[in-house]
Design a protein around this ligand. Structure first.
Ligand SMILES: N[C@H](CCC[C@H](N)C(=O)O)C(=O)O
Length: 260
């Protein structure tokens, strides 16, 4: 089998893209997808994303974590697939696409920045030392005083595999407040089983969580992640977080061919 692939990164969260509109990619070959994502024996990425045809929208997004398993919504990958669709001349400066958590709208700006509409969040579980919410993927969010030298992988894995989240697990986000609506975020990602340089649904979850627990009353949040900067904006209407947007860069890195 021979495929052209396209490598993208969104604030350091990196992905292999395949144009699967011919529907010939081996979608159930977990070991193959895991190997393609392997940073030594494959191309290397946090995830692999298929762009497929969809009757009602511009395209469909299918997301796999680097463990080779299909998973829930990827916010950075969602921004990158819009850049990929533009490269394929499928769209111009906006898109509507179908993902595992429903329909997404997206807007492409001049400088390559992409703003992705995220699902509404109608349930935010506030506990004494963490917040849990689902922004298309499940996220445990907790505040820490200093993210320098913080054991994100060790502590993140403990929480991800704890009884709290059972077999499904959760992504784990550690947030440090810098200014009123400015935060630093480091994330342990389920399915990568390591810290990633950025997590889009995690940044969205952290922003909404900080608003929900009153750390900020502003609804436009700036997040410094290990791989760059993201912005999250939202409105809270009748207890529901809506008009949620995740904005940031989506960068083409290289294209190549894989054969096996
Ligand atoms: N690892 C996540 C999916 C990818 C999330 C992340 N890459 C993003 O940008 O949202 C999960 O299995 O829940």
């Amino acid at each position: 089998m021979k495929f052209t692939f396209y490598k993208y990164e969104g604030t350091g969260n990196d992905f292999i893209f395949i144009d699967n509109r011919q529907n010939n990619f081996p979608k159930t070959d977990v070991k193959r997808i895991e190997k393609l994502c392997d940073r030594r024996f494959g191309i290397g990425a946090d995830g692999l994303i298929l762009l497929e045809n969809d009757n009602e929208t511009d395209f469909k997004m299918v997301y796999y974590n680097s463990d080779g398993n299909q998973s829930s919504m990827c916010g950075n990958g969602g921004r990158c697939i819009v850049a990929f669709a533009k490269r394929l001349n499928l769209i111009s400066d906006q898109a509507t696409f179908l993902a595992t958590d429903g329909l997404h709208k997206a807007f492409v700006f001049e400088d390559g920045i992409i703003s992705l509409g995220m699902k509404d969040v109608d349930e935010v579980k506030i506990e004494s030392d963490y917040v849990f919410l689902n922004t298309g993927s499940p996220h445990h969010v907790m505040m820490v005083d200093d993210l320098n030298n913080y054991d994100v992988k060790g502590i993140g894995a403990k929480i991800r595999y704890s009884d709290l989240y059972g077999k499904a697990g959760s992504n784990v986000n550690f947030v440090q407040q810098l200014l009123d609506n400015h935060f630093r975020l480091r994330t342990y990602e389920r399915g990568v089983e390591d810290e990633t340089f950025s997590c889009g649904t995690g940044a969205t979850a952290a922003a909404i969580a900080m608003h929900a627990i009153g750390e900020t009353s502003l609804s436009h949040i700036y997040l410094n992640v290990e791989g760059g900067k993201l912005e999250v904006s939202f409105e809270k209407v009748g207890g529901i977080y809506t008009n949620v947007f995740l904005k940031g860069p989506a960068t083409f890195v290289f294209e190549g061919e894989i054969e096996w």
